[in-house]
Design a protein around this ligand. Sequence first.
Ligand code: PMP
Length: 409
Amino acid sequence: SNQALVDTALRARAAKVIPGGMYGHLHARNLPPGYPQFYARADGCRVWDVDGREYLDFMCSWGPVIAGHKHPAIDEAARKQAEQGDCMNGPTAKLVELSERLVGMLPHADWAMFQKNGSDATTAALMIARAGSRKRKILLAKGAYHGAVPWCTPSVAGVTAEDRAHLIYFTFNDIESLEAAAREAGDDLAAVLVSAFRHDLGTPQEMPRADFARAARALCDRQGAALVIDEVRAGMRLSLQGSWEALGVRPDICAWSKAIANGYALAAVTGNDAFRQAAQQIYITGSFWMGGVAMAAAIATLDVLESSNAIQHFEQMGQRLRDGLQRQADRHGVRISQTGPAQLPLVLFADDADYSRGARFMAEALKHGVYLHHRHNMFLSLAHTARDIDHALQVTDRAFETVANAAAH
Ligand code: PMP
């Protein structure tokens, strides 16, 4: 059925006991009409809402699901650890094993520390940079998302100017603006914080230019500051060695979360020996940070990614989707832009400042069981097959027709 009776009832109950009925990035208010708020289950590359409607999922829980929902080997590793215990008076051996694993995988890393959310990791990364450099100023890109705590949350409600006192903004990929921000920091520069690639909400994505990456590295070396890459979104989808490794630029510190444990709650900070002592000096912790289940899941996730040609799979599936969408858009005379890495697809419509065209397209696809996003980049997983992409493309062809018809009226 196309009716959202259970979802509607849950929203009404939620409105009474949850401020706004929902909060944060998963609030259905930010989606086109027809998208569910509440989900019942997931499997592979599919999710089911509380009314039993099935969707081919291109959001992957906004990134965490990288091997597919309910991946058997990962869930088995988590279950085995859960049978032994999860939250104890200290970590399990999995903490050491996972740290060794990340240090072995990531050429930049000599050590690792674990948290739960991406915001924990980006915040800890900056604390380590400040402790190590004994400086205060952080340079970061205008419009970039680094989490939802006072220094970086997109809303200013509940935030003081002091929370953001030592932040100076530059433009991603713009060396001149980076140098200008560094001049403003003077001899008080603690870190350059930059996303693995530019993925600001609702704007075209951009890969980092090699000369920009090198300029950021040189600037940090010159000033004794830390080059910090926010890998929370891109991590393990562009490369298993770190997203800037292909550019020949190694960061001092990286923040990870989302995909590293295939949906189990885990974040990590990795760093090099120059910042080991600083990482040892700062005090960070959390009641749930040492839970063994998520660490077991992370080790199993890395096993799966390393043994499956994962990056090539994401690229190929993303490119298949991108090529198909472009052919359809051309055929229907609809102008779209697709930017950034194919494995984190973003589709924007031309002359669509209010995203209404994108919303119309995505709402039509959703009606036919394909779950896309009109403003945020999407995600692929190992569970997406060529057949799934082709199925999605049958649906998007009709969605383009709807957009083309609406434009003609
Ligand atoms: N950095 C980036 C690049 C992100 O995409 C996100 C999450 N969307 C975060 C940080 C924050 O992660 P979390 O929501 O887990 O705190």
